[in-house]
Design a binder for this molecule. Sequence first.
Ligand code: S6P
Ligand code: ZN
Length: 191
Amino acid sequence: MEAKNKTTFLNPFSLGIDLATGDMPEATNHLIRRASDMKGYYLNENALEELIKRDSDPIHYEVFEIPVPEEYGHLMYCISKLFPGKIGEEYFFTKGHYHTVEETAEIYLCLKGEGYMVMKTSDGKSEEIRMERGQMVYVPPFWAHRSVNTGTEPLISFCVYPAEAGHNYGDIKEQGFPKRIFEKGNAIRII
Ligand code: S6P
Ligand code: ZN
């Protein structure tokens, strides 16, 4: 069989994912975001600069994937691994994005760690949903999404989304999300 309706024909395959650690040994794509990639995202710019200097620009989060064709019909899947820590009082987070094809959803199954999925829509809605091992978050179409690590170990999730979705970082660097998550007086505060 050849490509059908512009969807590339593939043969079935399988791969291993260690559900305790999130390791996906056969991953061929490895995206690394370092602390310096997060300039402009956190409230406390000086604390971020200090971290970059002190720890020689450490890895902030990483994504492991085995790509499939970025076409309607296929499903992209990956492991997202966000390290623990704070910039000032603000817990480490991913940049966050809309999908370029806005009407595409995403599933995050949390394998390790704890935190929140922070979400917003372009017309002002906002949600923060708890993530912990065994919890699945459904990010519906139209919602920008960012994971936040409020724990002490890496926050690791298995993500699945339509392969044609794409990433739109849009206004997030300038506007952020309606809510940020801090540690204040030893408690998690969503403000
Ligand atoms: C892709 C999915 C994740 C994120 C990853 C990094 O749709 O949501 O793989 O790409 O968690 O986040 P970001 O916001 O830097 O792309
Ligand atoms: Zn996404």
